[in-house]
Design a protein around this ligand. Structure first.
Ligand code: AGP
Length: 617
């Protein structure tokens, strides 16, 4: 949550900061601000609530930064303190000489604030962050001329998480950054340097990136020989290597689409193909997963798998559980990452923990990973963002290869997560018990999925018509069975997230144990009802809803004649095997949620109160 950026160089500082910040807006968009050191060596700080476009207007009305060379900026997802201009970052010290942008939470801020107030510091905001800049000021007074020292000594007093960028008018040629629990990267350009929460921010400017680790301090400046220095908290130099990002700038633009979310939904035939590319070995009925870092013997010895994740990734994890249990016959537990670390998960010899995260930065998931590691588990990370913290801290993993996902509501990452889990399940199964012909049959079906998703996308206009019809409804129920129960959860989550309509996902058979009481003529019920071994059972559930006047929308490839008389609307999906059907069936649910939200005139890429990457617990 929250995005931070820093820039040093000869470019237009304000323009570059705003442009980079805009690409981080999915991390939070309650308010935004920037601090630039001007030619008179003064800090110019501009802030505004709402979107970065508001800030842009303000800056270009009364501030030109052509001759400035250094600045930091922030886009906020509020934790401590309301959404106000005063609470927006960057925050400054009492003399307006030091400015700081922060992503994370300072947990002991109350105690520190009292101490600082006693020492005469005056606070302008209700945030936890502001204590840090005053602490830096306090240390800086003692050892003037050493911003790095002041930052390190201040951080030693702080409990919590941070990714920070700090500038000071007494040292107007450097940015000091630090990380603990919130992501931070440095971009190395031609005579210019960047600091940012993630690589999306700086992609148009440079592809050369250095990933900063927890408890590392960096000093960046534009001079050629001294661009980046990294230290630990004991002032020891840490050597770093430069990674080259291979994502294209086009991947982070909307192209011909009205929103990122729609683009990402429509990208799914391609993104699923990319996830499969080079991994399917049909002749062996098997799968190549180069990044797992496990020997075949180790894989055969896995006796239990625990999957942990949050939100949409957790939904993919449930399907992963079903796939691994069915194909590889290994017991699998699934747990919300936020619950996992606060109970006492039993991890024993031979257990593997699979951690799923699009961003690779979700705080709950990262902490679950660390707890599992402390207990001795081998970690497989399934992530999309290359070089993300979860990817780096896992023992091995599978990259989703979905390309950048910018829309806050996850779509193409979900389908690629399920595909990756299917590959993992088949890989393990083939090393254990699955015969060649079975592996071959499953993989043939898996490689047909992109075309089947494309078929669903061809029906987008028909789905839009259904969405328009239901756009004014205030409650929805999503029901599915077996492999499509998680698809029902995901469909409901998509609707809640972007259209603010209350929606519940439920196993269809559970409906009669409670939710059936909700059903009347005002309750649309989306049934995910593919023609599989549970089809007749779900038809019975459809009849139960119909008998109570519920309005039924069926996502199905079943025999229309069988259910026609009970359903209001029908979304036809292509046939696949039961195990892979949620990969296809979720797509119309994404579109349904999308068009309902658009019909309500909502900003689907940046739904209220949410952020793409939740880096606070
Ligand atoms: C999905 O639409 C949500 N934005 C959210 O539930 C998300 O899946 C969750 O926060 C986990 O994110 P991650 O995959 O990046 O870890």
């Amino acid at each position: 949550m929250c995005g931070i950026v820093g820039y040093i160089g000869k470019g237009n500082v304000a323009e570059i900061l705003l442009d980079s910040l805009q690409r981080l807006e999915y991390r939070g968009y309650d308010s935004a601000g920037l601090a630039i050191i001007n030619q008179k060596n003064e800090l110019v700080v501009k802030k505004d609530v709402g979107r970065i476009s508001n800030l842009r207007n303000e800056i270009f009305q009364d501030f030109q930064s052509h001759s400035c060379t250094i600045g930091i900026a922030h886009t906020r997802w509020a934790t401590h303190g309301g959404v106000t201009k005063a609470n927006s970052h960057p925050h400054c010290d009492c003399k307006n000489k030091i400015a700081l942008a922060h992503n994370g939470i300072i947990e002991n801020y109350r105690v520190l604030k009292e101490l600082l107030i006693e020492k005469g510091h005056v606070f302008q905001s209700e945030t936890d962050t502001e204590v840090l800049v005053h602490l830096i000021e306090e240390v800086y007074k003692e050892k003037k001329g050493n911003l790095q020292f002041a930052v390190v000594e201040a951080l030693k007093l702080v409990e919590g998480t941070y990714g920070i960028a700090v500038v000071c008018t007494d040292e107007p040629y450097k940015i000091v950054g630090a990380r603990n629990g919130s992501p931070l990267i440095v971009g190395i350009g031609e005579g210019e340097m960047f600091l940012a929460s993630d690589v999306n921010a700086i992609m148009p400017y440079t592809k050369n990136v250095v990933y900063i680790e927890d408890r590392e301090i960096i000093v960046i400046q534009a001079e050629k020989d001294d661009q980046l220095k990294t230290y630990d908290l004991n002032y020891e130099r840490v050597s770093k290597s430069v990674s080259v990002i291979d994502w294209d700038v086009d991947a982070i633009s909307k192209g011909k689409y009205e929103t990122f979310m729609l683009k990402e939904i429509f990208e799914q035939p391609d993104s699923v193909s990319t996830a499969l590319r080079g991994r399917v070995v049909l002749s062996e009925g098997s799968v190549k997963l180069g990044g797992l870092n496990m020997t075949e013997v180790q894989v055969r010895q896995i006796n239990k798998i625990i999957i942990t994740a949050c939100g949409t990734s957790w939904h993919a994890g449930i399907i992963g559980k079903y796939l691994i249990e069915r194909f590889a016959e290994i017991p699998v537990e699934i747990d919300y990452a936020s619950e996992f670390r606060y109970r006492n998960p039993i991890i024993q010899e031979g257990n593997v923990v699979v951690v799923i995260s699009q961003s690779g930065e979700t705080a709950d998931t990262l902490e679950a990973l660390r707890e599992a590691k402390r207990k001795g588990a081998k970690i497989i990370g399934i992530t999309n963002v290359i070089g993300s913290t979860i990817a780096r801290e896992s023992d091995g993993g599978i990259y989703l290869h979905a390309g950048p996902e910018i829309g806050v509501a996850s779509t193409k990452a979900f389908t690629n997560q399920v595909v990756s889990l299917a590959l993992l399940a088949i890989y393990i199964a083939r090393l254990k018990n699955m015969p060649l012909y079975e592996g071959e049959k499953l993989l043939k079906e898996l490689i047909s999925i992109p075309d089947k998703i494309a078929e669903v996308l061809n029906h987008a206009e028909a789905i839009k018509e259904i969405a328009v019809k239901y756009a004014k409804v205030s409650n929805f129920l999503y029901l599915g069975r077996g492999f499509n129960y998680p698809a029902a959860l995901e469909g409901a989550l998509k609707l809640k997230e972007i259209s603010y309509v209350h929606a519940e996902g439920y196993p269809a058979a559970e409906m009669k144990h409670g939710p059936i009481a909700l059903i009347d003529e005002n309750m649309p019920v989306v049934f995910i009802a593919p023609k599989d071994q549970l089809y007749e059972k779900i038809v019975s559930n459809i009849r139960e809803v119909h008998a109570r006047n519920g309005k039924i929308i069926a996502v199905t490839n079943g025999d229309a004649a069988n259910i026609n008389e009970f359903i209001e609307d029908y979304i036809l999906v292509p046939q696949t095997i039961e195990e892979f059907s949620p990969i296809i069936n979720v797509v119309p649910l994404q579109l349904l949620a999308y068009y309902i939200a658009r019909e309500k005139g909502l900003d689907v890429d940046k739904p209220r109160n949410l952020a793409k990457s939740v880096t606070v617990e």
